[in-house]
Design a protein around this ligand. Structure first.
Ligand code: SF4
Length: 277
């Protein structure tokens, strides 16, 4: 049986042939499987560090403690900017990794200044909106991240007429009673092709959750700090369903969907007459 992940699905852009060929057999996968199919770039590594900080702030169910963590992180980001050196508090949150070494140190500082504050803000906007919209939920949301979310890894799903195993982890899960919000944190510029990829990833997580916990009411949101500059004041995009993933269920594995970004990354492009890149 093959394994599928949100990243593999995003890389395929929904092209069945590309997806099918990039999904490994389940027994072949290792701990690196959940990262990109290609080597991670420095931006992706730096983005992961920003994610760790956002998760540190939001995980838990005490809203006062969350507010304190939020303010402490904002202060530490400000110190990082003023001193051109990563604040010790942020290093601690990231498990004392060598954040300052080499080029990655410079990239991380730039990302911390530019992205942490806006991404924190967008995440808070999402929480505030949900508290407003869902009655009696103010201050009662439980937030978990990655391995601490209810386990949805290794769920079986039908894709391209085959049973596959989903390998995934989720950036943030907000829960109140039977309402579940899957939050996908994204750094970087929200260009249209990236938003398409992010939606596919989030849809796979939502569908996987629904398979495992069919009674839950699920919403998905992409959370990005730069959306505000593009006229989206909350900094979030709602993913209202998982139709793109459901369409894949009965699609033939040789079905093609050419597109600049998926063809560029596609591992079978040398044997594909429809490639566009
Ligand atoms: S080259 Fe493009 S159209 Fe061809 S299989 Fe790959 S992604 Fe699909």
């Amino acid at each position: 049986m093959k394994a599928i992940s949100p990243t593999r699905l995003a890389d395929s852009g929904g092209c069945a042939r590309s997806l099918y060929n990039s999904c490994p057999e389940y027994f072949e996968i290792n701990e690196n499987y959940l990262s990109s199919s290609n080597d991670q770039t420095e931006e992706q590594r730096a983005g992961k560090i920003v994610h760790n900080i956002i998760q540190y702030v939001f995980v838990g169910n005490d809203s006062e403690e969350r507010r304190v963590r939020y303010e402490n992180v904002l202060k530490a980001v400000e110190n990082t900017k003023n001193n051109n050196k990563i604040d010790e508090f942020l290093i601690e949150i990231n498990g004392n990794n060598n954040l300052e070494k080499g080029l990655i140190g410079h990239k991380i500082r730039t990302l911390l200044w530019n992205e942490t504050g806006p991404l924190l803000h967008s995440t808070y906007n999402l929480l505030n909106e949900m508290e407003k919209k869902i009655e009696n939920s103010k201050g009662k949301w439980k937030i978990t991240a990655e391995d601490a979310t209810r386990d949805v890894n290794n769920v079986q799903i039908k894709v391209l007429q085959e049973e596959m195993i989903v390998r995934t982890s989720i950036d943030l899960v907000f829960e109140f009673e039977d309402k579940v919000i899957i939050g996908e944190l994204k750094t970087g510029s929200p260009e249209p092709y990236k938003i398409e990829r992010w939606i596919l990833q989030t849809q796979l997580m939502m569908k996987t959750w629904k398979i495992k916990y069919p009674k839950d009411k699920i919403l998905g949101f992409i959370i990005n700090g730069e959306l505000k500059m593009k006229g989206n004041p909350l900094g979030t995009i709602r993913v209202s369903d998982f139709k793109e993933v459901e369409k894949l269920e009965y699609l033939d594995k040789d079905n093609l969907k050419p597109g600049k970004w998926q063809c560029k990354k596609c591992i079978v492009k040398d044997n594909c007459g429809s490639r566009t890149y």
